[in-house]
Design a binder for this molecule. Sequence first.
Ligand code: OXD
Ligand code: MN
Length: 590
Amino acid sequence: MTKNKSVIKWIEEMKKIVNPKNVVWIDGSEAQLEQLRKEACESGELIKLNEEKLPNCYLRRTNPNDVARAENRTYICTPTKEEAGPTNNWWDPEFAYDKVLGIAKNSYENKTMYVIPYSMGMTESKFSKIGVELTDSIYTVLNMAIMTRVGQKIWDSLGDSNNWVRGLHCSCDLDEDNRYVCHFPQDNTIISVNSCYGGNVLLGKKCFALRIASYMGERENWMAEHMLILGVKRPNEETKYICAAFPSACGKTNLAMLIPPEYYKKKGYKVWCVGDDIAWLRIGKDGRLWAVNPENGFFGVAPGTSKKSNPNALATVQKNTIFTNVVQNLDDNTVWWEGLDGDAPENAIDWLGNKWNGKTAETKGAHPNSRFTAPSTNCPCLSPEFNNPEGVPISAIIFGGRRAHTTPLVYESFDWAHGVFCGSAVSSESTAASTGKVGVLSHNPMAMKPFCGYNMGKYFAHWIKMGNLLGEKAPKIFNVNWFRTNGEGKFIWPGFGDNLRVLDWILDRCENKKEAHKTALGFMPTEDDINLEGTKVSKEELTNLLSIDKDLWEKETADLESYYEQFGKDLPVEISENLKYLKLRIKEML
Ligand code: OXD
Ligand code: MN
């Protein structure tokens, strides 16, 4: 426990509001966590799975109305609306506190308050930040214990400092109409009510490590980004590290855990995963950009995870994992989801808790946004640098989205500011990870639209500033699209492990090992520059993947122009100029 006065005072204040029956301090010990797992199984909150096949694994079914991030109920609460900017929901802090604390009032009655001290990043690292989450849900405690570093060592490292992020989670009665996730960046405070879905209640993740941290980063000259971090070891070279930002469910976890195709494996290529979702980036002593993954686990989408798509993720979830909203196979008390290898179980229970026969069912057994929560250390390709307190030096930054036609397989930006423009121009087809319609095209700058804790225009300016600070040592910025389709609507690029072929070109460019030709969009490879050995992709298909359609890009730039209008005077001139030059280059295309 702690004697930290600011912590004790805040917990006392929150106790007065939520009125718990008792308080349990999470010490991070296995004995305490095991006790909580038992309690959760007794109450029905968790289901214990087959201990032999899935040791220490549990299943949780959430309320059917509570299966994804509630983006339209997520607020940035700053004194002025301008600080939150045009892409965030905004509330005045006083109004927001009244509203959510009113909902939280007495909501812990007859319940336990769990106090979770946690660190985003290794406690030993200067990159790290500390948070304290109060919750009434054991599921939340157990997930936080996987996703973050939890326990007594956090109090020791916090000492008497007031520099920590307050997080209050109240399950309440899961009323959708009173569900809110509020961020008070000036107070280092997060309050989440009426949800038990991970993205809304694992307050260290999106709420702290992206929204609050991005706000901190702007003031302290660092960056909190929605990015995976991976290392590529090429034969006779040191491992090089890449960060990549994609909107939710564009295969970030798959790319982060990529297994090289046979041809590359034989040559000695290996990919290491440092993180699959969040990167904190700082300028190191050597002037380069360094990244750490502040998380300690994976909160991945289960459907589609298979031996083919992501064998490393599958290996990662074989023990010590919490599954949420997947199918329970009653024959052997294991789990299943759409896209997993093997036949669907016939004797099963679906995510809604109903009897389900995979052979005859007309509905999906697992929710499309069903999840696994698994410790990073389970991952067979976890980078040996995962726990390095300094992080890893970044050679390249990649942006991407899910675009059926417009965006080519890969292009390199002309310089940092152009790269920032490309990142700001990312748009993607929506997926089930957030509530709302699936398949609709939406703008998602740097994949941060739902996660930027302040004005997005100022966020672009922060990117430009970081580039100025990095100068010549700035990583190169690339854009990729794995999702281009042919006339029949089928993906042309095989994706998954074969994405390494594109990473290989990217690293060659970073090391000035390959020429590229200048196009309207940026520097691009020719069809001879991407190695197709061992794929079924033909040269013609690659030419198609690398083609730029003038008409589509005229539409794209017109659309971008109106998109940027909302940022008004906050849009950095570097972005508007880059759009202007892109339009000119497109116009000049034959
Ligand atoms: C996630 C998301 O859960 O981006 O990582 O939605
Ligand atoms: Mn994410």
